[in-house]
Design a protein around this ligand. Structure first.
Ligand SMILES: Cc1ncc(COP(=O)(O)O)c(C=O)c1O
Length: 390
C-alpha cells in the first residue's frame, strides 16, 4: 500500500491543529477556544505562551541556541543550582526528554551494581508502570501491549505489583538487585495513587538492602502534585529522581537528579547528550522553575487540586458509573465503570481537552495556573459528559 502521509503513522491521524495559546486556553485554526485540561500531556504547567518563558526563550535565542556540553553553559549551571536547591538533591544530569532522563537513571543503577561487583544487576519495576518508549524504558515499563514486536527487550528488570510492599520485601534475598524504579503516582497506567505510606516503605526497604530508590517524576514533578516533587510530601529524599514534562513548559528538556552515594556515580565518559541542557532549553527551564516556585503556582496546584477533587466527589457521589475519584494536586483521575475513550472527542466538541488513561480513567492534568472559574467550567462539563454516558 502506498503511503499517503510523509509523517510516520505513530499517532493515528489527529483531526485538530492549534494555532496559538494563552494561559489555559488553546485556539484552533478556526478561532475556536479550548480549555486545555491536559497541558500537552502534563507539560505546559504555566499554561501556553507564559510571558516569562517566552521572554527567556526569545532573549536566549537572539544570543545563543546551542554550544554542546564540551563548553560551560552558564544558564545550565543556574538551572542546576535552582533545581538542587528546590529538590534537596546534590547534582543533575540534563537530557532532552523523560525517557532519556530515565535511561540515565537506569545506567546509574547498573553502574552502582557494577561498582559493587554485581555483573548481572536487576532493577525492581512495576506492573502498569510507564517510563518511556526507548528500549530500556520500554523494558522497564509494565504495559505489555506497547512492547509487542520490539523484542528482544532489555534484561535486568524484576516486576512487582504496584502498591504491594510485601512483593518488594520478598525480593530482599536477591543479591543482584541494585535499585527500585517507581512512579510516585502512576500516570499513563491509570492514575494509580498508592497507599499513603507506600513510598516511605520503599525508602526503608531500599535503605535496609542498600538499593537505590529511583523515582520517576517525569509526570508528577515540577509542582504537579502540589509540592515541587511528589516525594516532598514526605520527609525523606530519593537517591535518584528523574523529571521532564513541566520542566521546560514545552521546551524539550529532561533531568536526572541524584544525591548522596548516587551523586558520585557518573564520572567523565560515563554518559552524555549532545543537546542535553543546551542554552535555549536551560533558559526556558530556568524561567519555568523560577516562575513555578516564586509565583505560588505549586501552592495553587495543591489548592485547586483539592477543590476540584472535592467538587467531583460531591457532584458525582450518586453516580453509579463512577468507580473512584483520585489524585494529588492537579493530577486527577476519575475511574469510570466502563471504557470511556469516546469522552475525549465529546469534550473536544465542547471546547475542553482531556485524556483517558488505561481505557477508563478520565485523566485531568490542567495547567498549574488554573483559577477557580476555569476549574468550575471544567468540573461542570466533565460531570455532564459522565451523566450522558450510555
Ligand atoms: C512517568 C513517565 N515517565 C516517562 C515518560 C516518558 O517521557 P517522554 O515522553 O518525555 O520521553 C512519561 C511520559 O508520559 C511518563 O509519564
Amino acid at each position: 500500500m502506498s503511503q499517503t502521509n510523509s509523517i510516520m503513522n505513530t499517532y493515528g491521524s489527529p483531526t485538530i491543529e492549534f494555532d496559538h495559546g494563552e494561559g489555559v486556553w488553546l485556539f484552533d485554526r478556526d478561532g475556536k477556544k479550548y480549555l486545555d485540561a491536559l497541558s500537552g500531556i502534563g507539560v505546559c504547567a504555566l499554561g501556553h505562551a507564559h510571558p516569562a518563558v517566552t521572554k527567556a526563550i526569545c532573549e536566549q535565542a537572539e544570543k545563543l541556541v546551542h554550544t554542546s556540553n564540551l563548553y560551560h553553559i552558564g544558564t545550565q549551571q543556574k538551572l542546576a543550582d535552582k533545581l538542587t536547591a528546590v529538590s534537596g538533591m546534590d547534582n543533575v544530569f540534563f537530557a532532552n526528554s523523560g525517557a532519556e532522563a530515565n535511561e540515565a537513571a537506569i545506567k546509574m543503577a547498573r553502574l552502582y551494581g557494577s561498582n559493587k561487583g554485581i555483573n548481572t544487576p536487576k532493577i525492581i519495576v512495576f506492573e502498569t508502570a510507564f517510563h518511556g518508549r526507548t528500549l530500556a524504558t520500554l523494558s522497564a515499563g509494565g504495559n505489555e501491549k506497547i512492547k509487542q514486536g520490539f523484542g528482544p527487550l532489555l534484561e535486568g528488570f524484576v516486576r512487582c505489583p504496584y502498591n504491594d510492599v510485601d512483593a518488594v520485601k520478598a525480593l530482599s534475598e536477591d543479591k543482584d538487585i541494585v535499585a527500585i524504579l517507581v512512579e510516585p503516582i502512576q500516570g499513563e497506567g491509570g492514575l494509580n495513587v498508592p497507599d499513603a505510606d507506600y513510598l516511605t516503605q520503599l525508602r526503608a526497604i531500599s535503605d535496609a538492602n542498600n538499593w537505590l530508590l529511583m523515582l520517576d517524576e517525569v509526570q508528577t514533578g515540577n509542582g504537579r502534585t502540589g509540592q515541587y516533587f511528589a516525594y516532598q510530601h514526605f520527609d525523606w529524599l530519593p537517591d535518584i529522581v528523574t523529571t521532564a514534562k513541566g520542566l521546560g513548559n514545552g521546551m524539550p528538556i529532561g533531568a536526572c537528579l541524584a544525591q548522596g552515594k548516587a551523586a558520585e556515580l557518573f564520572q567523565p565518559g560515563h554518559h552524555g547528550s549532545t543537546y542535553g541542557g543546551n542554552p535555549l532549553a536551560s533558559a526556558a527551564a530556568l524561567a519555568t522553575v523560577t516562575t513555578l516556585t516564586d509565583a505560588g503556582f505549586v501552592d495553587n496546584a495543591a489548592k485547586m487540586g483539592t477543590y476540584i477533587q472535592d467538587q467531583f466527589k460531591q457532584k458525582l457521589a450518586q453516580n453509579d458509573k463512577v468507580v473512584d475519584i483520585r489524585g494529588l494536586g492537579l493530577m486527577i483521575g476519575i475511574e469510570i465503570a466502563q471504557p470511556c475513550t469516546e469522552l475525549v472527542q465529546k469534550a473536544m466538541d465542547r471546547g475542553f481537552l482531556i485524556n483517558v488513561a488505561a481505557g477508563k480513567v478520565i485523566r485531568l492534568l490542567p495547567p498549574l495556573i488554573i483559577d477557580q472559574d476555569q476549574a468550575d467550567t471544567l468540573i461542570a462539563v466533565i460531570c455532564e459528559l459522565i451523566q450522558e454516558l450510555d
